[in-house]
Design a protein around this ligand. Structure first.
Ligand code: SAH
Length: 381
């Protein structure tokens, strides 16, 4: 039983989306900070999730109502946050989205009349932003982020990544959180299509890699069928980013001959996601479980029942590669209890397999009662 809750080895980057910041990547005058729009308890999240303190500042423009008689964008955003109702939120945003679309269409028409060209439909880039640390972005991703007209972003895009969005870009949050859906996947498809058709250079930001449990394939499919040019810019998936951060080789000669990415969730009404436990329980395969926090209590015993030794090393990592990273190392048999004890929250990634013991953070069995805190603050790799 090894519980290692540590602070990150890197210093938090200067966050320009701090509580006092008035940095506006949103090109509207009223994109001022909205005090009190969200609960303070989750203000520490490094991500742009619905309850993050940054959210209603960054897409305040889309709530901007007409003139002085209407509520301010922040009030409207706060009301939407308070009610937590998707309908409210979309209704509030629609007029401003329509205005933006009209403006884009008009400028495209003017371009067409003026220079005999005017440009066809815009394009959509599906951009992976990695697990959180902005230094894990690719150069391609940074270029796309800096040249976007419109950025649609998910909750697992970190605030530090959002800081890189160009000054003139419009930002629109389309993320989902458990129990709080701001937009359906179909609505996201329609938004991407409308803006691309209007000639905008649209960037769709997704945490990690867009094609690993990111629904990027569906968006790509939909847009291509509508004749829109789609570019996919890969990101470092959380498995790779977090494994590197912890010094865990996902495969290792003589230890793990393969690695398998699993989801702890299934589509509504789909097959039990845990049916895979049977053939996933291979001691020579590293298992990486995405979205597995809530189903871990049934997955862990199933893996053991299907032959994975109870003392298989494992780690659960919350908010990996961000300044708020927390890790829980344990054997498979104790993992559920240890994760519960540490009260880990989403996003958490779980890595199970012998390779976990190769991490410099892994404590030997004799030391496993010891709580290790910040023991690798300096570079060990
Ligand atoms: N496309 C993403 C995965 C999206 S699914 C990728 O390639 O990484 C969302 C799940 O990814 C989360 O529930 C969590 O299991 C994992 N995840 C993503 N970012 C993470 C992070 N910074 N720390 C821990 N887990 C993360």
């Amino acid at each position: 039983m090894a519980l290692a809750v540590r602070t990150p080895r890197f210093q938090p980057l200067p966050a320009s989306i701090s509580a006092t910041s008035t940095t506006a990547s949103v090109a509207v005058a009223n994109a001022r900070p909205c005090a009190g729009a969200v609960r303070a308890s989750s203000a520490a999240s490094p991500f742009t999730e619905a309850t993050s303190s940054s959210r209603y500042r960054r897409d305040a423009w889309s709530y901007a109502a007409d003139g002085s008689s209407s509520p301010s964008s922040c009030d409207a955003a706060a009301a939407a946050a308070a009610s937590g109702r998707r309908d409210d939120e979309i209704a509030l945003q629609l007029p401003e989205l329509r205005r933006l679309l009209d403006a884009l269409r008009a400028s495209r028409r003017n371009g067409a009349e003026g220079e005999g060209g005017g440009g066809g439909p815009g394009r959509v880039a599906l951009v992976g932003t990695g697990p959180g640390d902005p230094e894990l972005l690719t150069l391609k991703a940074v270029r796309a982020i800096q040249s976007a007209d419109l950025v649609l972003y998910d909750r697992l895009v970190s605030n530090d990544v959002m800081d890189l969005v160009g000054e003139d870009a419009r930002l629109l949050y389309v993320g989902k959180t458990a129990g709080y859906h701001s937009r359906t996947q179909e609505e996201i498809h329609e938004l991407l299509l409308s803006f691309a058709e209007a000639g905008a250079n649209v960037v769709r930001l997704k945490g990690g890699d867009p094609l690993v449990f990111g629904r990027g394939g569906e968006e790509m499919d939909f847009l291509q069928q509508q004749g829109i040019r789609v570019e996919v810019i890969p990101g470092i998936t959380s498995a790779s980013g977090i494994a590197a951060e912890l010094g865990i080789p996902l495969t290792h000669r003589g230890v793990a001959t393969s690695v398998r990415f699993l989801t702890g969730h299934s589509r509504n009404g789909g097959t039990d996601p845990l049916y895979v436990a049977g053939n996933a329980a291979d001691p020579d395969t590293t298992l990486v479980v995405y979205m597995g926090l809530s189903t871990l209590p049934s997955l862990a015993p199933k893996l053991m029942k299907h032959g994975l030794p109870p003392d298989t090393p494992a780690v659960a990592v919350e908010r990996g590669t961000t300044p708020q990273q927390r890790t829980v190392f344990s054997t498979l048999k104790d993992l559920v209890d240890e994760v519960k004890l540490a009260d880990l929250v989403s996003p958490t990634l779980i890595i199970i397999g012998k390779v976990v013991a190769l991490s410099p953070f892994w404590a030997e069995p004799s030391d496993q009662e010891v709580l290790i805190e910040n023991s690798f603050a300096s570079d060990t790799r």
